[in-house]
Write a protein that binds this ligand. Structure first.
Ligand SMILES: Cc1cc2nc3c(=O)[nH]c(=O)nc-3n(C[C@H](O)[C@H](O)[C@H](O)COP(=O)(O)O)c2cc1C
Length: 362
């Protein structure tokens, strides 16, 4: 075990969202295109995840039962507790989507108020709701009323831009209309993914609410990052997105750290190869053998990067068309090992590119 030099968090009561008691205070934050059922199963098998959330799901698509949304909300008994994140601008439609999800037995419903991309904001949904006070509160209230037995949460940014840091105001207003928790990504919409997370902004949200938990989110990749998030914001839990992609062991490490002050290192080359194969098997279970390979390419790219394979080997994987071809590339990769030859090392470089350039063009 690695000894820890950062203090463990102060003991706190377990996180409770409405009637839902979470096993840990570390949540998988949604990453569209990545936090699908196969990946959620992987992080849950490793352990330490208090709650996992689906990618954002269009409320309209849910109501009309589109194939895409059906796959996005696919789940299994091991995938519990599960929150489904919905987005939309129409309160009635969002309420109907929430009822439909409640009938399917989901554990919690999350409303997206943070998505910065134009495709979503131009419809009045995602982060743009943070510019329209009454609409935002009405929408959240409609969803909370539609599913009184389920926790409804909101994930938002700090505001639209630096001049409008509205998250503290909204968090309190949402609490008043029945929201069970909020997750705050400590950046504005204008910021996209640039700069650093504004921990003081998250603290202001923590101070604004009466009693609901506030989950701090953004740039937590390690135990020291988490220690800082707790210490500087006073948040009750932490949401982790990209850090989980780079290190699916992070939730387990956080729980160990909280309990003992020490934690195991993340997996090495062989551990990651095992996870990759297991996740691929889960993809085959979800989509069948013919549709599994293209679906898995994006994720495999990150596995192989964190396994320190060369660009050439990653490219070879991306060329494989069938499961048999994938298996023969994997066998070769296993023989070759990481480019620096150290199979026991754990990756230190965890950079994951995100959209950049002027946010108006996203
Ligand atoms: C590729 C990608 C997809 C994302 N998809 C979603 C999403 O569907 N819903 C959402 O609320 N946030 C989404 N986010 C934002 C993350 O949940 C999170 O708030 C952000 O990445 C900061 O946290 P992190 O540094 O732990 O990743 C996405 C982020 C990335 C990079």
């Amino acid at each position: 075990m690695t000894q820890l030099f950062h203090p463990t968090p102060e003991p706190r009561p377990p996180l409770v969202f409405g009637k839902l008691r979470l096993a840990s205070r570390y949540l998988l934050s949604p990453l569209a295109g990545f936090t699908n059922l196969p990946f959620r199963r992987i992080v849950r098998e490793i352990g330490g995840v208090g709650l996992a959330t689906t990618d954002l799901v269009n409320a309209r698509g849910l109501i009309y039962g589109s194939e895409k949304t059906t796959e996005l909300i696919a789940t299994c008994p091991e995938d519990r507790p599960l929150s489904v994140q919905i987005f939309g601008a129409d309160p009635e439609m969002m309420a109907d989507a929430a009822r439909l999800l409640a009938a399917r037995g989901v554990g919690s419903i999350d409303i997206n108020m943070g998505c910065p991309v134009n495709k979503v904001t131009k419809t009045g949904a995602g982060a743009s709701l943070m510019c329209r006070n009454d609409d935002a509160v009405r929408l959240v209230e409609a969803v909370a009323r539609a599913v009184p037995d389920l926790p409804v949460t909101v994930k938002m940014r700090l505001g639209w831009d630096d001049r409008q840091l509205t998250a503290p105001h909204f968090a309190r207003a949402f609490e008043e209309v029945g929201v069970a928790a909020v997750m705050i990504h400590g950046r504005t919409r204008q910021q996209g993914f640039s700069g650093t997370v504004n921990l003081d902004g998250i603290r202001q949200v923590v101070e604004a609410v009466r009693s609901i938990p506030v989950i701090g989110n953004g740039d937590v990749r390690s135990i020291p990052d988490a220690a800082r998030m707790f210490a500087e914001t006073g948040c009750h839990g932490i949401g982790i997105g990209r850090g989980a992609l780079a290190n699916p062991w992070i939730f387990q490490q956080l729980v160990q750290w909280e309990a003992t002050g020490a934690y195991d290192p993340p997996g090495n080359f062989d551990d990651r190869m095992r996870l990759l194969r297991r996740q691929l098997a889960f993809v085959v279970e979800l989509r069948g053998p013919d549709r599994a390979v293209p679906f898995f390419r994006k994720m495999a790219h990150w596995y192989l990067k964190f396994m320190r394979m060369t660009a050439r080997q990653r490219h070879e994987f991306q060329q494989a068309m069938t499961l048999d071809e994938v298996e023969s590339v994997l066998t070769r990769i296993e023989e070759i090992g990481p480019h620096d030859g150290d199979r026991l090392a754990t990756p230190t470089e965890m950079h994951i590119p995100v959209p950049s350039g002027p946010i108006e063009h996203w």
